[in-house]
Design a protein. Structure first.
Length: 73
């Protein structure tokens, strides 16, 4: 049962992180000034929103005991 949970976590983590990376790359495309116009304030707000979500996500994992029980590989 624990093996199934680990397998499911690995599958979901890899799929979700890869989707997140794809979406972040799409956001990066917005930096192309030949296609878009934006202010420094807008860029700052995007950066803050992304950093907050990453920070909140990583904080959710802090409660995990640092034993050798979690490995993606």
């Amino acid at each position: 049962m624990e093996r199934d949970k680990e397998r499911k976590f690995r599958e979901l983590a890899e799929a979700r992180v890869n989707r997140a990376i794809t979406k972040i790359r799409l956001i990066r495309n917005l930096a192309n000034k030949s296609h878009y116009s934006y202010s420094n304030e807008q860029v700052k707000r995007i950066k803050q929103a992304l950093e907050k979500e990453v920070s909140d996500t990583m904080n959710a994992f802090k409660d995990i005991k640092s034993k050798d029980e979690f490995k993606l590989n």
